[in-house]
Structures are given as structure tokens and as C-alpha cells.
Ligand binder design. Sequence first.
Ligand SMILES: [Zn+2]
Ligand SMILES: [Zn+2]
Length: 423
Amino acid sequence: MIAPEYQRPKGTRDVIAPESWQFEAMRRLALDLAARYGYDPIETPIFEQSPVFLRVGESTDIVQHESYRFVDVGGDDLTLRPEGTAAVARAYVQLGLATAPQPVRLCYFGPMFRRERPAAGRYRQHTQFGVECYGSEAPEADAEVILLAMQVVDAAGLKDPQVRLNSLGCAVCRPRYREALIAYYTDRRSELCDDCQVRLNQNPLRLLDCKVDVGIRQQAPDIQDYWCDGCRTHFDRLTGILAASGRHVTRDKHLVRGLDYYTRTVFEVGHPSLGDQVALFGGGRYDGLTASLGGPSVPAVGFGMGIERLLSALPQALATPEPRRVYCAHLPGFAERAFLLAEALRRQGIAAEADILNRSLKAQLKDAGRRASVAVIVGGQEWDQGQVVVKDLAAGRQITVDRTELLTYLAADGEEQEDSRNT
Ligand SMILES: [Zn+2]
Ligand SMILES: [Zn+2]
């Protein structure tokens, strides 16, 4: 037991093997697929000056109630990043990436921090994979990030992910819709839940998010009746491309997403196995974001994917990069030789371990069964004759191999195992 004051903070987790290998496998899978689409990884600090997040999400719950905001001993007002998009936008402006050849395609995989109410599957530190495509307002850019998102979900083992899509309009058409929405909800003010009373004043689009007042939102004005020609063409072309690529997408007129900075496209990715209304993650277009940080106005589109949530939804574990290990066990008096053999194997690219607890051969082999797939026994009569016993721990077989042949034997055996695992 550990004293309460030393326990990990509420809503956080320690992740150990084999689950930690699942995270690593997911990271590689995501970054590899992103690279296939031309996205380079970007690392930004996990904290920013608070105005970065305040500027781009002033009326959202995340920034108002859930951020880890603190003043450090030097008096700087800092916030642990609650999401990736604002931080990447800040970097894009600060690094002058607007003057680099466009589009600029960036991706990230790392921790995000939100002081959420404790609930199953919700963590105050969670991992997000996200991509940001800067410099194109064409619907092809939206299609590219959506298709990439779907490939990641597909490759992780949730086949045929589904996308719900909407357009929130632009600076030309959204204000008219907003007015119509406010007028509609103001007439029904007395029927609204407490949250919606607040939303009506602060963030009317999010009235459509309400899971309580569903009857009222059914009859609410539909934004597609307010889209300008530019927004309508953009949306139609995007859905056309996605359909032509063979992906299943549907329009959801109530989809608005939680963050304020979206323009035009918003989307959520789900899977039939999770039910109709459950989203794995989402994203959208945010053409005004760089300008709101004082930079040039650059169109952009992206998504952020919660990795804990995705991993927990997978029907089976990912193939992990955990290597096949060789355990160098020793007879009494041969501990150092076993230790040095393990090191020699590692130098040849073979994952190996030796006993560092000074145990009996029996205890070593028992341990080897938990840690390795093959044991090499160092010492005894075979050793004197220039040989070693190699034990296949899963199959229980053992053979005697010349010491000079050991490396070749283990390498070939490893490849064989790899082949049988892949077929
Ligand atoms: Zn518009
Ligand atoms: Zn409501």
C-alpha cells in the first residue's frame, strides 16, 4: 500500500505491459499511416501560455472548467494543453510555416489534459493522435484527413468505420443561421433544460448538442437551408469524394462539435459496433484559427483521436512490437558466461535476458517461461564440448547446438517464428 498523499492523481493511470505495448503499437500504426498521407510529426510543448487556449475556445466547457491552468513560480500564466489543434496552430504561426510551401501536413501523438469529472473511460491525462492539414480550403483536404482517420480505425481492427458529417457554414451564412436558431429557441425558452438556458446566451449552436431536449431540436431550423452557395458546393463536393472512395458517410444535421473554432466541415467517426450515436472521435475545418492567434488567415482541417477510447473499443489487441526473447539460463558457476552471452546476442539484434537474481537453474527456467520463448542453457557437459542446449519454452522441445552455430540457429529460428505468426 502507498500512503494517500503519494497515490497517483485522480483520473490518471499507470500503464504497464502488455498494455503499454498496445500504446506503442498504436503510435506506430498511426504515425506510419499519417506518413503514408504525407504528414510529418510535430512535437509542441505540453503546456502553452494560457491565452493560446483561451483565445481559441473562450466559451467552451474545456477551457472554462476543465483546464489545468496555473501560475508558475516566475509568474507565467500557463495551461497544460487540453487538445492539440490550438497548440499546433500556435506553432504554425510562430514558426512562420505560412511562408513554407503549402499544404503543410502535421501530425502529433501525445498526452492531453482535462480536469474531467471522474467517469469510466475518462482520464484527466489521455493520449491523442491528431493531424492538421494547413493551406487548402478545397474539399479534397477535408476528404484527405477523413479518409486518413478512417484508415487508422480500419487498420486498428475496427473495420468499416462510419462518418457523420455536417457543415457549420462560414462567416457569411452562419450568422443568419445563428439568428434563426436563437429566435426558435427563445420562443421555447421555458421548456429548455438548465444547460440549454446557458447555451442560448453563450453558444447557441451547441443547443443542438443537447441530449435532453431532443424533441425541441428535431423541429429546429436546419443549417443546410442557410448555407451560402460556397458552403453548399464545398459540402456536396466533399460528400461526393467520400462516396466515390467507397466510404460510408451520412449527414447529421445536429452535429456541431464542442469547440468554437470550426468553420464549414465537422465530422465524427463511429463504428456500428458502438451504436449509432457514439463517436470514437471527430474533427473539422477551422479556417479562422491562425488569424485569431494574430497570424495570417490560413485554411486548415484536422482531427484529434482519443487513443484510450479507440484501444478499448478494439475487438482484439493489436500485434505488438514486443520482441521474441531468448533467456540465457546458467548452471552453477556459469552466471557470468550466461550474462555475457546475452549481451553478445543483443549486439547481434536478438532480444535476450540473463538471470540477475542468482537463482537456481530450475527457478531460472520457471522465470524464462514468463519472459521468453527460448532458453539457452549455459554450462554443464555440453558446454565443455563446445555446445549449448536450446529449449523451446512453448513447445517444450530441446536440442543441442554447437556454440559457434548458436547465433545462426537463433536468428533463423526467430525468422521462422515470425513467418508462422504472420501467416
Ligand atoms: Zn457559407
Ligand atoms: Zn437542453
